[in-house]
Design a protein around this ligand. Structure first.
Ligand SMILES: Cc1cc2nc3c(=O)[nH]c(=O)nc-3n(C[C@H](O)[C@H](O)[C@H](O)COP(=O)(O)OP(=O)(O)OC[C@H]3O[C@@H](n4cnc5c(N)ncnc54)[C@H](O)[C@@H]3O)c2cc1C
Ligand SMILES: *[C@@H]1O[C@H](CO)[C@@H](O)[C@H](O)[C@H]1NC(C)=O
Ligand SMILES: *[C@@H]1O[C@H](CO)[C@@H](O)[C@H](O)[C@H]1NC(C)=O
Ligand SMILES: *[C@@H]1O[C@H](CO)[C@@H](O)[C@H](O)[C@H]1NC(C)=O
Ligand SMILES: *[C@@H]1O[C@H](CO)[C@@H](O)[C@H](O)[C@H]1NC(C)=O
Ligand SMILES: *[C@@H]1O[C@H](CO)[C@@H](O)[C@H](O)[C@H]1NC(C)=O
Ligand SMILES: *[C@@H]1O[C@H](CO)[C@@H](O)[C@H](O)[C@H]1NC(C)=O
Ligand SMILES: *[C@@H]1O[C@H](CO)[C@@H](O)[C@H](O)[C@H]1NC(C)=O
Ligand SMILES: *[C@@H]1O[C@H](CO)[C@@H](O)[C@H](O)[C@H]1NC(C)=O
Ligand SMILES: *[C@@H]1O[C@H](CO)[C@@H](O)[C@H](O)[C@H]1NC(C)=O
Ligand SMILES: *[C@@H]1O[C@H](CO)[C@@H](O)[C@H](O)[C@H]1NC(C)=O
Ligand SMILES: *[C@@H]1O[C@H](CO)[C@@H](O)[C@H](O)[C@H]1NC(C)=O
Ligand SMILES: *[C@@H]1O[C@H](CO)[C@@H](O)[C@H](O)[C@H]1NC(C)=O
Length: 625
């Protein structure tokens, strides 16, 4: 059923922009619509009004969401009716690994073996309706048998657990609206899954109805977007677009987009709504800083535009306030930058032979000494330091120097290379210049593994921690310290450009003076004991991260790459912006139709069952506190 109402026609007229579209190699000038076709397929005002007036007397809010064992869970017939209103897009969840089980017992088969062998391939997991990466918090209730976690006391078996009951395979905004209204009316937990990359397992939930945005793949280049306060190149991306798809569009049109490094991460889902850092952040800031307009389905089922002149509070909140909180975003318009050249560098460094661990840390110190210098040149670096076979393995997966030639890059690094040479550091960097970011990114950031046996915590280290020599030494010791006690490290060196602290959006204010973003992570083997994995996990939250926090008081961390149970997350993720975010949540979603772990407003809810005694399980009932 296609909606063509007056409101949307007026809306379209107001937002007509000129766009260049490529079709079969020909460049044709077309007048861009304010919406994609899948968005024009939405409920009319009259249809929405009818739904609202049908509503029975206002419900007394229930203490908990409604679950399949509750008497008021929708009947089979009601689910069937829902499916027909969704034109058949409703899927009853079946965990992917169920092919490895029959009648509750693990079986061997070529299919299961192949699933086991490719379990770490994100492309495959993303194309499943319910698979998520941070499966620990789901309860790991249906894993390929080789990966079943004895430490959780799970019998090898396959239960739905914390996966949603039903999934809407969305291909239109109408379906999203119908799903939101159904979940609201029946008091059912609602989740949104885009790629399932989130480290906080935010795209699953026991007994939930899930909206799966993966197949919303529209995208378009807009040659001249005339929005409020901006007149220039832009792109419009639908909810299912992944980073690599956006960069391909950018390359095709000779533009640059401020996006993430992870190839298969969603662009306008959890990434941009959480703020979004980028290899280009040191020159252009956060991805959320460049959002020009947002199309979103809100908790009452309305489909609206949030922009600098319309629904401005929502526009403010969605740009950094977090996914799955204010609505289901169907598309965004994002500012595009001109094509720039980039130089990238990759290298590995391993201790062993005469390159001792002491020398390694000396080499690291020499590098961190100049973090301010590199970031102020506009550079970005993403690297890891891990325990591998008793040695330290350091991989600079990519150092990116935007708008910088290879010659200039080498000149700027000559002092560091000289120091490393003097120290006898064995390393053999690959340095390459590209005349466009997309190609540099593609070589510099190969697809990352879908790793599920890990847990992490993180912290921002502001400029003042790294430019003052005394503070830098103390910070460095704290970082090396947690590594020496068993943690692994993921490190970023970048800044936000001068002036970005005045941008009025919901990006964590602590982002604006970061020079180093440090993550610690632990990994385990499915065969390890409950005691050991528990201790590893508890160390992150209660022993190690507090040391970093103590040195960075008043700063924070990045919600999308943080501890699942970050203590004081409101301050850490949002700083002084939290109160405003909470008020906007109350206004737009007073009944908590949207909920996610440690999302704005989630403190009003709780999940009582714990994994390893301290991690709230998504396989528990969600109830008001
Ligand atoms: C390999 C890898 C690389 C990464 N690289 C970067 C990086 O370079 N920079 C960076 O900043 N972050 C990075 N991240 C973190 C990433 O931004 C988060 O994991 C993010 O939450 C992923 O969003 P998603 O939409 O792909 O995933 P999902 O897990 O599907 O969704 C994440 C959250 O957003 C919600 N959501 C998704 N779509 C919508 C929507 N349309 N409307 C409303 N809510 C929605 C979900 O409900 C969930 O709460 C990386 C993560 C991984 C695993
Ligand atoms: C502003 O949003 C309202 C719905 O909240 C919508 O009806 C209207 O068309 C929007 N206007 C513009 C200019 O986006
Ligand atoms: C499952 O178990 C039931 C009862 O034990 C049996 O009748 C059925 O054949 C089994 N199904 C399969 C596929 O093994
Ligand atoms: C993925 O797993 C396979 C074996 O199952 C392994 O060979 C491969 O190295 C892994 N890939 C990554 C990136 O970890
Ligand atoms: C992951 O799976 C996709 C889809 O089957 C495939 O194209 C890709 O080569 C795989 N990646 C790896 C690293 O095996
Ligand atoms: C989801 O919808 C897309 C687009 O219609 C379709 O290609 C895909 O097969 C569907 N997936 C499932 C699991 O139904
Ligand atoms: C670093 O090591 C990894 C894994 O051992 C390897 O795949 C990669 O190619 C190496 N990178 C460089 C730049 O040598
Ligand atoms: C890129 O560098 C040139 C000087 O080499 C400068 O003029 C230009 O402003 C820079 N562009 C950006 C986006 O920083
Ligand atoms: C280790 O030995 C090699 C070869 O003898 C030498 O080039 C290098 O400088 C030495 N490194 C250190 C750290 O002493
Ligand atoms: C991107 O850069 C690479 C390396 O400089 C070059 O080979 C390629 O042609 C460039 N592509 C575009 C579209 O500019
Ligand atoms: C460095 O910071 C310490 C406090 O941590 C302070 O006492 C000292 O004066 C600072 N040094 C400089 C040069 O600012
Ligand atoms: C974890 O399991 C691996 C593989 O079985 C084993 O090698 C390792 O010793 C275990 N670690 C601990 C601390 O139990
Ligand atoms: C936890 O941290 C303590 C130091 O605080 C350390 O002694 C212990 O080995 C760590 N345990 C694990 C499993 O990481």
């Amino acid at each position: 059923m296609k909606a063509t109402n007056i409101a949307s026609a007026i809306f379209t007229l107001m937002y007509v922009v000129e766009a260049v579209r490529w079709s079969s190699g020909r460049q044709t000038l077309v007048r861009s619509q304010a919406m994609f076709d899948f968005e024009k397929d939405h409920l009319t005002e009259q249809e929405l009004a009818a739904v609202h007036s049908e509503k029975r007397q206002p419900n007394v809010p229930k203490k908990c969401k409604t679950y399949p064992t509750d008497p008021d869970w929708p009947s089979e017939q009601q689910w069937e009716d829902l499916d027909s209103r969704l034109d058949g897009a409703l899927i009853k969840s079946i965990p992917e690994a169920s092919i490895c089980y029959r009648n509750g017992s693990a079986i061997e088969s070529a299919q299961c073996q192949s699933l086991t062998d490719t379990w770490n391939n994100s492309t495959l997991r993303i194309s499943d309706a319910t698979s998520i990466r941070s499966i620990l918090f789901q309860g790991m209730t249906c894993m390929p048998p080789a990966y079943s976690a004895a430490f959780l006391g799970n019998k090898k078996g396959c239960e739905l657990g914390g996966f949603p009951e039903y999934v809407v395979n969305a291909t239109s905004v109408k379906q999203i609206q119908v799903a939101v209204l159904f979940a609201k009316e029946h008091n059912i937990r609602l989740v949104i899954k885009n790629t399932g990359h989130d480290f906080g397992a935010k795209s699953v939930g026991k007994g939930a109805l899930s909206i799966w945005t993966h197949h919303l793949k529209d995208s378009e280049y807009i040659e001249r977007y005339t929005g409020e306060g901006y007149n220039g190149k832009a792109v419009r991306l639908a909810a299912g677009i992944e980073v690599y798809e956006a960069y391909a569009l950018a390359k095709k049109h000779g533009i640059t987009l401020v996006g993430g490094e992870g190839k298969t991460v969603g662009y306008i889902g959890g990434y941009i709504q959480g703020g979004g850092h980028s290899p280009l952040t040191s020159i252009w800031g956060m991805a959320a800083d460049h959002v020009l307009a947002i199309q979103v389905v809100t908790a009452d089922g309305s489909f609206i535009t949030a922009s600098p002149s319309n629904n401005t509070d929502l526009f403010w909140a969605i740009r950094g306030g977090g996914g799955s909180t204010y609505g289901v975003v169907s598309s965004m318009v994002i500012k595009a930058f001109p094509q720039i050249k980039v130089t990238t560098m990759r290298f590995n460094m391993t201790t062993g032979a005469n390159f001792t661990k002491e020398k390694f840390w000396e080499a690291q110190r020499a590098y961190v000494d100049n973090f301010a210098y590199y970031a102020d040149l506009g550079y970005y670096a993403y690297y890891r330091i891990r325990h591998v076979n008793g040695e330290i393995f350091h991989d600079m997966t990519s150092w990116v120097a935007p708008n910088t030639s290879e010659v200039d890059f080498r000149v700027s690094l000559a002092p560091l290379f000289a120091k490393w040479k003097a120290l006898g550091v064995p390393f053999d960097p690959i340095i390459q210049e590209y005349d466009n970011f997309s190609d540099g990114w593609a070589d510099g950031f190969p697809q990352e593994a879908w790793s599920w046996t890990m847990r992490q915590a993180s912290r921002f280290f502001p400029r003042e921690n790294l430019v003052n020599e005394t503070n830098r030494a103390v910070s460095f010791d704290a970082i090396q310290g947690v590594f020496d006690e068993g943690a692994n490290l993921i490190m970023f060196n970048f800044r936000n450009p001068p002036g970005s602290d005045t941008i009025d959006n919901a990006v964590n204010p602590a982002w604006r003076d970061v020079l180093m973003f440090a993550l610690m992570f632990v990994t385990w083997n499915p065969a390890n004991s409950t005691e050991y994995v528990t201790q590893l996990s508890r160390n992150l939250t209660y022993e190690w991260n507090p040391r970093w926090k103590k040195l960075t008081r008043g700063s924070g961390t990045y919600m999308s790459e943080s501890d699942y149970i970050e203590p004081g997350w409101q301050q850490s993720f949002h700083g002084h912006k939290y109160q405003r975010l909470y008020a906007i949540k109350q206004k737009w979603d007073p009944d908590s139709v949207f909920y996610a772990q440690n999302a704005v407003g989630s403190e009003d809810w709780e999940m009582r069952e714990m994994i390893l005694g301290h991690l709230p399980s998504q396989n528990s009932r969600l109830c008001r506190t």
